[in-house]
Design a protein around this ligand. Structure first.
Ligand code: URA
Length: 192
């Protein structure tokens, strides 16, 4: 049976794929290990690789703002990525890299037992929801898998590049807040 400590330690010495050789820091996850809501991103960027914490660069600042809009912050959610080591030059993680890394995410999810998962962007949605997930068409839709409600929204990096995607994302965030109010009994989602 995993514990968070043994899982993080084991993951920390992983060299199952070549990304492990290029990392400065492994980016395991951040937030509350008893959270009801889990956010899943793609993989670490430069700042995350330097600090060992997910979403601390520019996209992370936007993610913090997005969470704040619906009464959330890092103390109330758990944040992880599909791959734990930075892909060179921030390229998309390759399928084989994702496959090698996904068992860590599955074990994190098994320990957390979230009520809800929010995938950030196409890569996470395809890894977690379905391989042919179309983020432009299917963001904001919900599925239920093994008792967990799962949705996907645009990745904050996409929202930095294209502000015209922001209004749709605002609606998706409000729907996430409404769903969380319905199913998450321990999470305070009140906004000022
Ligand atoms: N983008 C991601 O998908 N994850 C991070 O941790 C940072 C940027």
């Amino acid at each position: 049976m995993d514990t968070w400590e043994t899982l993080e330690q084991e993951c920390g010495s992983c060299h199952a794929c070549p990304l492990g050789n290029g990392r400065q820091r492994l980016v395991f996850g951040d937030g509350c290990r008893t959270a009801e809501i889990m956010f899943i991103g793609e993989g670490p960027g430069q700042r995350e690789d330097e600090e060992g914490i997910p979403f601390v660069g520019p996209a992370g600042k936007l993610l913090d703002d997005m969470m704040e809009l619906i009464g959330l912050d890092r103390s109330k959610v758990y944040i992880a990525n599909v791959v734990k080591c930075r892909p060179p030059r921030n390229r998309d993680p390759m399928n084989v890299e994702q496959e090698m890394c996904l068992p860590w995410l599955r074990r994190q999810t098994a320990l957390l037992r979230p009520k809800m998962i929010v995938c950030l962007g196409r890569i996470a949605a395809q890894a977690v929801m379905k391989p042919d997930f179309r983020i432009t068409k299917e963001h904001g839709q919900w599925i239920r898998k093994a008792g967990v409600w799962i949705t996907a929204i645009y990745h904050p990096s996409a929202l930095l590049r294209d502000v015209y995607k922001r209004p749709e994302t605002f609606l998706d965030l409000k729907a996430i807040q409404a769903k969380a109010r319905e199913i998450c009994s321990r999470t305070d989602l009140s906004t000022p």
